[in-house]
Unconditional design. Structure first.
Length: 94
């Protein structure tokens, strides 16, 4: 049973890091020409993605520690997911 949970944990970490390092350069390439194309824009993009990664780890820790099966915290993830999807700008031109 422990091997199965280790496999799931490894798969989750690999998928998260793959998505992070796939999305980060794509967003950086979209923002770079829009904000002038300087190295400072790229550094700001890298720093903001790393800060968001740390905040995501903090969110996972807090929800994992405080959320029980009957806790009101169990609703925070679906609410944040719907909220994030609501503010996304979907565009077919990109």
């Amino acid at each position: 049973m422990q091997k199965k949970s280790l496999l799931w944990a490894g798969l989750t970490i690999f998928t998260g890091s793959f998505l992070l390092f796939l999305i980060q350069p794509m967003i950086g390439n979209l923002l770079l020409p829009f904000f002038g194309g300087t190295a400072g824009v790229w550094v700001a993009c890298l720093c903001s993605f790393q800060a968001l990664l740390v905040l995501g780890y903090l969110y996972a820790h807090v929800v994992g520690e405080w959320a029980g099966a009957c806790s009101p915290w169990r609703w925070i993830h679906p609410v944040l997911l719907v909220g994030a999807a609501g503010v996304l700008h979907f565009s077919g031109g990109i």
